[in-house]
Design a protein around this ligand. Sequence first.
Ligand SMILES: [Zn+2]
Length: 326
Amino acid sequence: MAPSSRSGSDSAPMERHKALHVYAGPPRGFDSPLGPGFGALLEQRQADTREVDHMRDKEGGSHNVLNDDVLAELCRKCSEGSYMGALLGTPCDSFCCARWKPLPGGKKGPKPLRNRNHIMGLPGLAERDRKQVEKHNEITWRTCKISLMEYKAGGEFCIENPVDRGDEQLEQEMKRRTTREGGVELAFNALHSSLWQMPCVQQLQQLTGARKLHLPQCALGGKRQKWTTLLCSPRLYSVLYNSLGELRCECLVPHEDNKIGLIEGTNDFHTTASAAYPFRLNEILAEGFVRCHTDKGFKLMPRLDVATSCTSARATALVVALLLPA
Ligand SMILES: [Zn+2]
């Protein structure tokens, strides 16, 4: 299936210059201690972002993608070409490889809900667990639906989730791209089932020719290694590959935040606290979406003076270049 042809023109509606960010998390401006989020960095590039996350319901309207009306409205906007692309940070709780880690002292905690042989959910789960699996199956399907609608209208999509720990070839690649000192966090687990085995995700990949990028977040300033996979529409993949495709963990000391499993005394995973992307990943994603959009002929206003508001290495280099005598 090829995306419908779409290119910019003088009559292109301004609404084109907007991205969709689903499961966006809390707002992150330039004053955030974590650094700016995807939306703030797109705004800096003269594009808007529609951020959707159920935790934002108090902002008005519903942000719950599990609500059929919300999903229908999002898909309609995607189909109408309202967005340059969609970034989807789909919740990974039910796929989380930390569920496989034995708890200290034989304590009870979240257990695997799926495995490679039972990707849609293990047989015999307690009702509460079964409901959680079914909810996440539905969330994954809705993620794919939004992505496909966006792609069919000529836009880009990127789905983010942790890497598949049951892919032996990928494990070798991660080892190749990791220094001995950093080590690959969490071992290969032949039974681990990730979002990437879900039939709807694999079907989306086949229908669109989407491709995966695998990266350690520490290479972009993250405190954890947190190997992450991005499934990208083909054009976005080619734009992002140079920046993200071969990133290495070159850490010479253990990662600052390397705890796996449950936070003592809670039912929360250590990894949940690092769900926010490092600022540099947001910057590369924002740049990638804008680049795809302008490559299609859409014109954005000139960028703001990045040197005054952006602290990235690239912006710093720009400041230095401006200050150097000619
Ligand atoms: Zn590292």
